[in-house]
Design a protein around this ligand. Structure first.
Ligand code: GLN
Length: 484
């Protein structure tokens, strides 16, 4: 069955002429039409574009081109700008926005020959951990459609987990690639800040946002990241450093790998069944030659409060551009300019986005800047220092990705703090800018759980290596949700 193939298997099948990119694309488009109504993972399906790109990929292969992603079907989180296609960011305010250009990530993946099947659902402006704040309705978790898939890249996660596409792009500001990957049994990597261009990626919190792939295996993430990463003069925060050969990194043995287990990651709040699953992964990695030691990240407890000052502060600034004048939603019959601004924003933004804009504006206001924003930035530095100290002793840090498995739709809607706490293990990597990966680690009551790996700056190859070696001796990542 074509939809069960990983990206690496698709590459082999296309190279061996077992099927064409057009056959594969047609099969997946039919599958999306048949199954996505149960999940709501796509906001826009771009059938015509997909078929044209698939045809072009087949023609390039016929002429002798061989790239691994040539003809590979993917889809993009709907905050990557796509020329000529609606880019909604999950918001009513951009419901009618058709981008005049492609994001660098979209352009690079298209140049590599990928076929884009459409745009994926997400929390509004990537704010959330459940994919319930989307203007286009919640996304359902294919492992249990009464539960959330995680967020904010919930559409990306649900579509890949349900085998509608083999891989997708996502973004991670506080965990939005790793957390939904964990909740849907996928592998997802948030690269080092500056590794992947943010140009054309609609900004939420610019100093934290990073794009990356969600796929079923580390090998597929390596294929995707290899095409996405690299310097881009259009993004001044993108780092001019050569991209490692992530595929070559996969096969390195783990003998002598030093793994750190932060004691703070195994404390109160963690579901003990997830802790057990994580420790089983640790045992298997030891058998592969890794050595394990306990470490400490003493400032972790301050990460969520600091993040919920910094991220809303940056969001309040970034989202000021949505004023009803330049692009996006405009209210009916404004009586003057003030009314136009106020009502366009009041009617265009959803509740969580407004919440964050208000918190961020408050934290940046003259009287409170020192008490909140500046303080949060100081905590950010302490968290970065914690990682620097830890990585003097270990090569990777390992722990749970999330404290709980997927929760019921609506369950945490009235308790934003409970939802914010779901990011407790992921947010520190964004504050420090280091790369992080989540990989499948087993099941609790039939629901997937993830293990998170963190590494020093620009060590994405090491994360993919550890995950790949683990996936060679485990089969969690091969499990598919019933009915998909
Ligand atoms: N849940 C976090 C938030 O709402 C992180 C979201 C993200 O990584 N985009 O801000």
């Amino acid at each position: 069955m074509l939809h069960q193939l990983t990206l690496a298997e698709v590459a082999r099948g296309l190279a061996d002429k077992q099927f064409s990119a057009q056959e594969l694309t047609t099969a997946l488009l039919a599958r999306i039409q048949q199954l996505d109504p149960q999940l709501n993972s796509f906001i826009t399906v771009t059938e015509e574009i997909a078929l044209a790109q698939a045809k072009a990929a087949d023609e390039r292969r016929a002429k002798g081109e061989t790239g691994a992603l040539l003809g590979a079907p993917i889809a993009h989180k709907d905050l990557f700008c796509t020329q000529g296609v609606r880019t909604s960011c999950g918001s009513k305010i951009l419901d009618a926005f058709v981008s005049p250009y492609d994001a660098t990530v979209v352009e690079r993946l298209a140049d590599a020959g990928t076929v884009s099947l459409g745009k994926l659902n997400m929390d509004e402006f990537a704010m959330g951990s459940a994919n319930e704040s989307s203007h286009y309705g919640p996304v359902k978790n294919p492992w249990d459609t009464s539960r959330v898939p995680g967020g904010s890249s919930g559409g990306s996660a649900a579509a890949v987990a349900a085998r509608l596409i083999p891989a997708a792009t996502g973004t991670d500001t506080g965990g939005s690639i790793r957390q939904p990957a964990a909740l849907t049994n996928l592998t997802g990597i948030k690269p080092t800040y500056g590794r992947v261009s943010r140009w054309g990626m609609i900004a939420y919190a610019s100093s934290l946002d990073q794009g990356g792939p969600l796929a079923r295996t580390a090998e597929d993430c390596a294929l995707m990241l290899g095409a996405m990463a690299g310097f881009d003069p259009k993004d001044s925060t993108c780092v001019d450093q050569p991209v490692d050969d992530y595929l070559a990194a996969l096969s390195k043995p783990l003998t002598g790998l030093r793994i750190g287990l932060p004691k703070e990651y195994f404390g109160a709040g963690l579901d003990s069944r997830i802790a057990d699953a994580v420790m089983k992964v640790v045992e298997q990695l030891k058998q592969l030659g890794a050595v394990v030691k306990e470490i400490s990240l003493p400032n972790m407890q301050h990460a969520i409060p600091a993040y919920y000052v910094i991220a809303p502060a940056e969001a309040s600034s970034n989202l000021s551009r949505f004023d009803g004048v330049r692009y996006g939603y405009r209210c009916e019959d404004p009586k003057d300019l003030q009314d136009l601004y106020k009502r366009s924003r009041a009617e265009g933004f959803g509740a969580e986005v407004k919440n964050r804009i208000m918190v961020g504006t408050y934290a940046l206001s003259a009287g409170y800047y020192d008490a909140y924003y500046l303080k949060a930035q100081k905590i950010r530095r302490l968290i970065k220092n914690d990682f620097t100290n830890a990585f003097a002793e270990v090569d990777v840090i390992l722990g749970p990705t999330t404290p709980n498995p997927a929760w019921k739709l609506g369950e945490k809607n009235n308790d934003p703090v409970a939802q914010y706490l779901e990011d407790i293990y992921t947010i520190t990597a964004n504050l420090a800018g280091i790369p992080g990966l989540s990989m499948p680690a087993g099941f609790v009551d039939g629901l997937p759980v993830g293990v998170q790996l963190l590494a020093p700056y620009f060590q994405e190859g090491r994360l993919l290596n550890v995950a790949h070696q683990y996936q060679l001796v485990s089969d969690w990542h091969k499990q598919a949700p019933a009915g998909f």
